[in-house]
Write a protein that binds this ligand. Structure first.
Ligand SMILES: C[S@@+](CC[C@H](N)C(=O)[O-])C[C@H]1O[C@@H](n2cnc3c(N)ncnc32)[C@H](O)[C@@H]1O
Length: 247
């Protein structure tokens, strides 16, 4: 799924949004000091935010390069390879389990959220956020891809629509579930600054770009440039966030 990439490539493509989003998401989840689990940590944007709030953080991610990056960037953080659907922790090990931009990539989102609930103590918090299907940060990328290469936009994944995450958390038996929109924005100075990270193979978008030959890639890039505002512009992504309390 495009996550066997370097932490630097990830940071340049999605990490530029993950960091501001992590601040709002940690506020929304209400996480402070205590034992926190960052599920699908990537190279650690949310882990770093939780550490700054005084939490003791454990990070888990299936990507070997991202786990190595968390170990290097956050000495003292326990970082493990693993998937949400089979978390390698005992029941009630954490005060909070958070997943930022991960639920839509889980092979089984219900099982992943149920695992997050299992490893949180009674009274603890489970929270997740995912980009909205249509209002994520890549904007008109899929419109450009459809127009110049006939590539159909992907169908909505679970978690990417209003209400999805709240239903998943309620399905896992969490109580007092609340859902809210979060917005992350990044100032983009030039189109090249915006586009170059699309060529680094990160995530489904990066994989798609990497599959195109040079001519198709150039056509996509030019059409995308036409559809975006003239730089400098503010790139914005809307995410849905939900939190609930373990009964
Ligand atoms: C868009 S990145 C988000 C990374 C990080 N949370 C952030 O906000 O920058 C999605 C992450 O989910 C991880 N992932 C994919 N499938 C997963 C699963 N089943 N369980 C846990 N993490 C998963 C990927 O390896 C990747 O690091």
């Amino acid at each position: 799924m495009g996550f066997a990439v370097s932490a630097d490539a990830y940071d340049r493509f999605m990490g530029r949004f993950s960091r501001p989003l992590a601040r709002d998401f940690a506020d929304f989840a209400g996480v402070g000091a205590g034992e926190a689990l960052d599920v699908g940590s990537g190279p650690g944007a949310l882990t770093e935010e939780l550490l700054a709030r005084g939490a003791r953080v454990t990070a888990v991610d299936p990507s070997r390069s991202f786990v190595a990056a968390v170990r290097e960037r956050c000495p003292g953080v326990r970082a493990l390879e693993g998937a949400a659907e089979a978390l390698p922790f005992a029941d009630a090990s954490f005060d909070a389990a958070l997943a930022q931009l991960v639920v839509h990539f889980m092979a089984d989102a219900s099982a992943g959220v149920a695992e997050m609930a299992r490893v949180v103590r009674p009274g603890g918090t489970v929270a997740a956020c995912v980009w909205d299907h249509e209002r994520g940060p890549v904007g008109p990328f899929w419109t450009a891809a459809a127009e110049v290469s006939g590539i159909a936009p992907p169908p909505p994944r679970v978690g990417t629509r209003r209400g999805d995450l709240a239903r998943l958390l309620e399905g896992a038996g969490l109580r007092d579930v609340v859902e809210a929109p979060l917005e992350a924005s990044v100032r983009i100075g030039s189109f090249d600054e915006w586009w170059e990270p699309f060529e680094l193979g990160v995530g489904p978008v990066g994989e798609l770009v990497a599959r195109l030959d040079a001519a198709a890639r150039a056509r996509l890039c030019e059409r995308y440039r036409e559809l975006l505002p003239a730089p400098p512009f503010e790139a914005r992504g809307l995410a849905w966030a939900a939190r609930g309390t373990r009964a």
